[in-house]
Write a protein that binds this ligand. Structure first.
Ligand code: ADP
Ligand code: MG
Length: 142
């Protein structure tokens, strides 16, 4: 599925729609350059799960857990990951096997440990279409 948005609000809303359809154990990977809208999409997704507290990129921790929604949200931002073994230390495997929704920003950096069964979200800019234009590609991988 391919969506096109022209504002942060529209990207938020795309995330919210995915959040409303989320299921236990779902793994959602987010890929795209810095500033493309991964966190905006995540904030919408959290809203779709009924999470009201503010969601930001976890800067000093790799994972942030939100428990107040219809499903727990495990929000990973692996941008600063040094070594793939750090993912073991934070318990990545346990989260992915858990009943919550695991969402991973910069998932391409940990490609080798991603489960095959996942929802892949790729966000791209196209400056020819304007500064606020984003293409959002959502693929169910199996
Ligand atoms: P990332 O997490 O990918 O680094 P952020 O979500 O933190 O990016 O930031 C995206 C930035 O781009 C925000 O400042 C947002 O206002 C801006 N923006 C402009 N247009 C869009 C759009 N269509 N969708 C999402 N964000 C947009
Ligand atoms: Mg981010």
């Amino acid at each position: 599925m391919i969506l096109e948005t022209n504002s942060p609000q529209e990207t938020f809303s795309a995330g919210r729609q995915l959040g409303e359809k989320a299921f236990p154990g779902q793994v959602i990977t987010l890929t795209g350059d810095l500033g493309v809208g991964k966190t905006v999409f995540t904030q919408g997704l959290a809203k779709g799960l009924g999470i009201e507290e503010p969601v930001n990129s976890p800067t000093f921790t790799i994972v942030q857990v939100y428990d107040e929604g219809s499903l727990p949200l495990y929000h990973f931002d692996v941008y600063r990951i040094g070594d793939i073994e750090e993912m073991d230390e934070v318990g990545f495997e346990e989260y992915v096997m858990g009943d919550g929704v695991s969402l991973i920003e910069w998932a391409n950096l940990i490609e080798e440990i991603l489960p095959e069964n996942r929802t892949e979200v790729i966000i791209e800019k196209d400056l020819e279409k304007g500064f606020d234009y984003r293409k959002i590609i959502i693929n169910e991988m199996k």
